[in-house]
Write a protein that binds this ligand. Structure first.
Ligand code: SF4
Length: 324
């Protein structure tokens, strides 16, 4: 029997499930590969290696626990934190940007109630122009239980209109509220590198610590250059998000610690081909990189489900949840 620490909810779960040996392989044993929620209260942990038929692989039900105050439908995170909203489309992965759609519909009045950072007549009428919400800066400090937090799901923290001093404040909060795990995803990794170079003192001149994951989006082969830029960002944990995956992607995973893949959803969604997904999954397996398959996509995020060749791929990096 091998003890496994509950990585998903170290504080809330409080259990230490045990599993038997895999019986098939001798390596890569007993990884908690992910978790799923049937609602926001019950946690099911998938324990086991990746070998089909492994006798260790099974779902374990942890005790019921309230997970998050802040709900999000995004499977690979627990909560979103948006101290900045608004962005500008920069590549084909942005064509059906859900943040832009929400900004122009549900959130339009809220966003238009505040002046944009670049206060031009055109931006004032654009709900998706970049706006700052300093009153939200302290939110992670108020969330006492550890959460996995997607930073700026409605924007890109490294957008040129976000003042560097403000980005610095966002990082200061992440460094202070270090009991959480932060997922900082950008399509502008060159700006992430520039930010680190100019603000190294925040990190004592070293790498961005492991509770702040830095990632970039790669929707097709044309966007793979971003991975080379990301590799230059001295972050302890780097990830790539191939969502929406709109073309085949061949990528070097050296220095990459997590890969998310997902098909596009919403009106006008562009279908994902299974061979694009399996190619990325197989490369992850080859390189020992955790792989998360978020969705096939379709009219709604859940329309196509998220089963890939009979399995749900919910892997997370090992250097994840931290407790105080
Ligand atoms: S970078 Fe992200 S938030 Fe900005 S427009 Fe593109 S998809 Fe939307």
């Amino acid at each position: 029997m091998v003890p496994v620490t509950c990585l998903a909810l170290p504080k809330a779960c409080g259990t230490l499930p045990t599993v038997h040996d895999c019986g098939i392989c001798e390596s890569d044993l007993h990884r908690v590969t992910g978790f799923s929620t049937s609602d926001f209260r019950t946690q099911f942990l998938w324990i086991g290696c990746r070998h089909p038929g492994s006798r260790s692989a099974r779902w374990i039900i942890c005790r019921r626990a309230t997970v998050m105050g802040q709900r999000t439908g995004i499977e690979w995170t627990h909560a979103t934190w948006n101290p900045v909203t608004g962005c500008t489309r920069i590549s084909s992965g942005c064509d059906n940007c859900y943040a832009a759609t929400l900004a122009h519909r549900l959130l339009k009045d809220t966003y238009l109630s505040r002046p944009p950072v670049v206060d031009s007549p055109q931006n004032r009428e654009d709900p998706f122009a970049v706006r700052l919400w300093p009153e939200r800066l302290a939110q992670p400090l108020q969330w006492r239980k550890p959460r996995m937090i997607f930073v700026n799901s409605m924007s890109d923290i490294f957008h040129a209109h976000v003042p560097e001093a403000y980005t610095r404040q966002v990082f200061e909060v992440m460094l202070e509220a270090s009991w959480h795990t932060y997922q900082v995803l950008t399509k502008r990794p060159s700006q992430a590198l520039r930010f680190w170079e100019r603000n190294k003192d925040l990190f004592d001149g070293g790498a961005i610590p492991p509770h702040i994951w830095v990632g970039t989006s790669v929707e097709n082969q044309q966007a793979v250059y971003r991975v080379d830029l990301l590799r230059r960002v001295p972050a302890a944990l780097r990830f790539i998000s191939c969502e929406p995956l709109i073309g085949p992607v061949e990528v070097d995973l050296e220095g990459i610690h997590w890969v998310i893949v997902g098909g596009e959803s919403g009106l006008g969604h562009r279908p994902v081909r299974p061979e694009w997904v399996t190619a990325l999954r197989d490369r992850c397996i080859e390189r020992g990189v955790p792989f998360f398959f978020k969705q096939w996509g379709g009219r709604t995020p859940k329309a196509g489900g998220r089963v890939l060749e009979g399995l749900t791929w919910d892997e997370f990096p090992n250097a994840n949840y931290r407790t105080r």
